[in-house]
Design a protein around this ligand. Structure first.
Ligand code: FE2
Length: 411
């Protein structure tokens, strides 16, 4: 099991039941602008239909809480686990991931009915502290899927030449320009990883020591304007800037700009918009981030360098998701928010890491192969979800998440 602990209620902080209700409600609110057809679209094997996210997060609670811990509970529909199990081998066969977009049924309305049914049956379990760690995991899991829902539907709507918009563009906000140009660190032994206080995913622990050389981490993310300079300077056509796998990817896929860029515009949840040169660049792959860093005579940070700096910062700060609305990187100086930040660290287990027993042990550990760690949070991450020890991870070619770049350099 992840290192989750039931916490004593503190006056003014929402109860587990209140947080459950809020998280479940947000998933549905994110889907309000979608038609039945929108919610059923799957634009690529990496992405899932919005409807599937609504169902899969419900499957998690029905399977691991209601079925396993609520004696006498009968499944809402015993055929549905085959449709909505994601990757849990211990839970048996499931529909292949690339075929999730074939699920014209059940309808969104039927899935909403299932959600309501599960929420009602969950009420007694939410009141029992014994179940709190697993409920916390279910809520953190649903928050992860809220971000995936947003990035998956963006990719799906992008396929439509009409450039559909989910929400109107919000009014521009003032950027906070304060903050250092670089965060300097003298190096030495640093304690990293989750320290056992509050919820964390199992991949964030155990806490352990690492040795850092003196380094500096940029005070802000790389911007669209800087990325345009990289393009003008022939960045996508200069083999010497690229890792071999990255150069192969650029040539094979004919990549010449971040995802969702077209001329001076970019595609957003508010349709096509003029690109702001001061906003952080997003939807870049690890390969692109690394090539840009090389071009800029810098490098990517390691995940531990990033964490050593972030430990002194508020993980609830920055541009993150506060409710249903269009996520858009804005360009503030918080370490958390706007875009996930690629690190040069391979996604590997920490010393003494051991996955939990049972099906939930499949949550993280089995993906520790061939992926890179991203740190921080994005404009599509629910505020409160991330923290300094949080490890996101993707394959180096993937870029449909809100992925960006914060440079680092040796001192
Ligand atoms: Fe999941």
């Amino acid at each position: 099991m992840p290192e989750a602990q039931a916490q004593a209620p503190v006056a003014g902080t929402p109860s587990l039941a209140e947080r459950y209700q809020a998280t479940r409600a947000l998933s549905e609110a994110l889907c309000v602008p979608l038609s039945e057809a929108d919610a059923t679209l799957q634009s690529m094997p990496d992405a899932s239909p919005a409807k599937w996210h609504l169902a899969h997060t419900t499957w998690f609670f029905e399977t691991f809480l209601l079925r396993d811990r609520s004696p006498g509970y009968r499944l809402f529909d015993e055929r549905w686990p085959f449709l909505f199990n994601s990757y849990y081998e211990a839970e048996g066969e499931r529909i292949p991931r690339p075929r999730r977009g074939m699920l014209s049924r059940p309808s969104v309305a039927e899935i909403r009915e299932w959600r309501a049914h599960v929420d009602e049956k969950m009420a007694p379990l939410l009141a029992n502290p014994l179940h709190a760690p697993l409920v916390e995991l279910g809520l953190a899991h649903e928050q992860q899927h809220q971000e995936l829902l947003l990035t998956d539907i963006k990719h799906a709507l992008f396929q439509n030449p009409l450039g559909p918009e989910m929400w109107a563009l919000p009014a521009p906000v003032q950027r906070s320009a304060n903050g250092p140009e670089w965060h300097e660190h003298p190096g030495g032994i640093a304690l990293v990883g989750h320290q056992g206080d509050g919820f964390a995913f199992d991949n964030e622990g155990p806490g352990h020591r690492v040795l850092l050389e003196p380094f500096a981490l940029a005070g802000r993310l790389v911007s669209n304007g800087e990325w345009e300079q990289f393009i003008v300077d022939g960045g996508y056509r200069t083999a010497s800037l690229w890792l071999a796998d990255g150069w192969d990817w650029v040539r094979r896929k004919r990549i010449d700009a971040p995802e969702y860029w077209y001329e001076g515009e970019l595609f957003t949840h508010s349709g096509w918009q003029m690109r702001d040169p001061w906003s952080p660049v997003t939807h870049i792959s690890y390969y692109e981030a690394d090539a840009f860093a090389t071009w800029a005579a810098a490098r990517l940070p390691t995940e531990f360098e990033w964490e050593a700096i972030a430990q002194g910062h508020d993980p609830g700060s920055g541009n993150q998701l506060d409710g249903a609305g269009p996520p858009l990187p804005l360009g503030d100086t918080s370490l958390f928010g706007d875009c996930w930040q690629w690190t040069r660290s391979a996604y590997l287990p920490y010393p003494r890491f051991a996955p939990a027993g049972g099906a939930v042990g499949e949550y993280n550990g089995k993906f520790m192969s061939g992926q890179f760690v991203l740190r921080g949070a994005s404009c599509a991450t629910v505020r409160g979800h991330s923290r300094a020890s949080y490890r996101n991870f993707f394959y180096p070619h993937q870029r449909w998440q809100f992925t960006g770049l914060r440079l680092a350099k040796d001192l």
